[in-house]
Design a protein around this ligand. Structure first.
Ligand SMILES: *Cc1c(COP(=O)(O)O)cnc(C)c1O
Length: 391
């Protein structure tokens, strides 16, 4: 790639598509055409039909490939479309070893859909390399990672898993949604396929659904291209443009949000109403060292545990700044309640086994001032403390 010598913040702006070679326009043109005129009877141009290739989508695909240090990128209509299409690399009879705190949509795809096509799975605690090793079977073809994981921000040793996978002839996938190539580049660590919900930090403004996949290996790139074109869940051009636009500010957004997340985690961990803070930027986090070795920062998502559902309810009803919603990685702070949102479908007992208690809240830190957010949280925590005194 042409801009490898640049740091990430420069590469985000000065890529192959910094201006349109035809007009000089300093923004990628949105090419709405579904089909392309061929000026020769038997020599066709680069583009023929937009499912197979479109210049606007292609610009995004090249941009993400470059940022992740890959050779090919693929853009899909959602993160789940990217993940589900990548799973189509598997065949009947194959087995997947997958992290137990995987994203809910991925959980559903693996347990409810792939099983109907004869693909089996084993959930493991991916932070425990020994447990991963003992669950690899003769027919295991894929080890699927998500790090940091959701919602407890557990850290997987990517290189440790890659070593195991290579020794057993398995592919490795990493869902890199939480950190993005600004903080973590799994292909550099030997991973085969990097996946993204670009809906989150990459696009960054809670205004578009998109998914991306990136590979380094040429043959794997050809296979994934065939699957993208066959399955057809490609990203539309308006949405591709929105992701490209959002990505230009990825570095500054993430840097600012991460700085605030570190401050908030530090404040929350000392508050008497808070039983635990889960954030890989805290020295007390069990994955702190691993995170430092494989990523350039802890990111901007953290979770914390209050006493019970009532405390979580009081907190959510008392804070004024964050939106209360699913999703993450946006300019505005987003507070989520995993027990009733991302993990609502999981039986309570199963949830508790995984540490997703009724008092757990997840916070995706946005671009508001740290001071305002902390003051807002402190007044909300105050309400919990006074509520428990009156009882
Ligand atoms: C949101 C999310 C997804 C799914 O992406 P969509 O764009 O919603 O389809 C996958 N993985 C992670 C970690 C996510 O946060």
């Amino acid at each position: 790639m042409s801009n490898n010598e640049y740091s990430i913040q420069t590469s985000l702006l000065h890529n192959q598509h910094k201006f349109d070679p035809n007009t000089g326009a300093v923004s990628v043109p949105i090419q709405h055409a579904s089909t392309f005129h061929q000026s020769s009877f038997d020599q066709y141009g680069e583009y023929d039909y937009s499912r197979s290739g479109n210049p606007t989508r292609h610009a995004l695909e090249q941009a993400i490939a470059e940022l992740e240090g890959g050779t090919r990128g693929f853009a899909f209509s959602s993160g789940m479309a990217a993940i589900s299409t990548a799973f189509l690399l598997l065949s009947k009879g194959d087995h997947v070893v997958i992290t137990e705190d995987v994203y809910g949509g991925t959980y559903r795809m693996v347990t409810d859909v792939l099983t109907r096509f004869g693909i089996t799975y084993t959930f493991v605690d991916m932070t425990d390399l020994h447990q991963v090793a003992t669950n690899i079977q003769q027919n295991t073809k894929l080890i699927y990672m998500e790090t940091p994981s959701n919602p407890l921000l557990k850290i997987t040793d990517i290189q440790g898993i890659v070593k195991l996978a290579k020794a057993n002839n398995c592919l490795t996938f990493v869902d890199n949604t939480f950190l993005t190539p600004a903080l973590q580049r799994p292909l550099d660590l030997g991973v085969d396929v990097v996946l993204h919900s670009a809906t989150k930090f990459l696009a960054g403004h809670s205004d578009v659904l998109a998914g991306l996949a990136v590979v380094k290996d040429e043959e794997l790139g050809n296979q994934l291209y065939k699957l993208q074109n066959s399955f057809g869940a490609v990203l539309g051009v308006q949405d591709a443009w929105l992701v490209l636009r959002g990505m230009k500010t990825l570095y500054v957004r993430l840097k600012q949000s991460q700085e605030t997340a570190i401050e908030i985690a530090d404040k929350l961990k000392n508050h008497p109403a808070i039983e635990a803070v889960y954030y890989p930027g805290l020295h007390s986090h069990p994955g702190y060292e691993t995170q430092n070795n494989q990523a350039s920062g802890p990111g901007a998502v953290l979770s914390f545990r209050l006493k019970d559902e009532q405390a979580a309810r009081t907190f959510v009803e008392s804070v004024k700044i964050p939106v209360f919603a699913v999703s993450l990685g946006a300019v505005e702070s987003i507070l989520s309640y995993p027990a009733k949102m991302s993990h609502a479908a999981m039986p309570r007992e199963e949830r508790y086994k995984r540490g997703i208690t009724d008092g757990l809240l997840r916070l995706s830190v946005g671009l508001e001032s740290a001071e305002d957010l902390i003051a807002d949280f402190e007044q909300a925590l105050e309400k919990i403390s006074s509520a428990s005194i009156t009882i």
